[in-house]
Design a protein around this ligand. Structure first.
Ligand code: GDP
Ligand code: MG
Length: 180
């Protein structure tokens, strides 16, 4: 009988953005399919591992780095970003400030971290908390920022209602598979 050796890939993905935008909630939803309303700030960095059965003979391990957005930790980001193959920059649709800061986070990543061939790390922009009504950011503004700052794409998400969480991660994995 034929023996098919399963292949396994490991990707490091960093998740960044201002405090409170929903990074930890997003990861918890993606990895554990759970959500909590109470807010406990991440200190430093948390790790989560998600194993994805990509195809019959391809397994993907995602090492998710949940990085605290506090100003006092930003000097550490170079260490956290090291050898990341994918990046998620998240903002909160109900916080205009967190949207503006998405550009700062993108510049921070692009100045400190590159793929092996020197290309920028593929970065996806996530507009979280789309379940809430009181939006402070329009779609066309997101579209423009996404294009002008070299994101691979963007989507609205809700960690609370589980909207687009798995879908956007699949999109990122597809791109990381092409690059690696
Ligand atoms: P982090 O600091 O970026 O890790 O943000 P957290 O994941 O700790 O979330 C901050 C707060 O926003 C918490 O109270 C969450 O329950 C809430 N939150 C996170 N994601 C969503 C979402 O998609 N919708 C709503 N309504 N609240 C969310
Ligand atoms: Mg957190």
């Amino acid at each position: 009988t034929e023996y098919n050796r399963a292949t396994e890939k490991l990707f490091k993905v960093i998740i960044i953005g201002d405090p409170g935008v929903g990074k930890t909630s997003f990861i918890r939803r993606y990895v554990q399919n759970a959500f909590r309303g109470d807010y406990k700030a991440t200190i430093g960095v948390d790790f989560a591992l998600k194993i994805v059965r990509w195809s019959e003979n391809q397994t993907i391990k995602l090492q998710l780095w949940d990085i605290a957005g506090q100003e006092r930790f930003t000097w550490m980001t170079r260490v956290y970003y090291k050898e990341a193959q994918g990046c998620i920059i998240m903002f909160d649709l109900t916080s205009r400030n967190s949207f503006k800061n998405a550009v700062k986070w993108k510049k921070d990543v692009d100045s400190k971290c590159f793929l092996e061939d020197g290309a920028p790390v593929p970065c996806m922009l996530l507009a979280n908390k789309c379940d809430l009504q009181q939006r402070e950011v329009d779609q066309w503004e997101i579209e423009t920022l996404c294009r002008e700052h070299g994101f691979i794409g963007w989507t609205e998400t809700s960690a609370k209602d589980d909207l687009m969480v798995g879908d956007c991660m699949r999109f990122l994995i597809e791109i990381m598979m092409k690059y690696n």
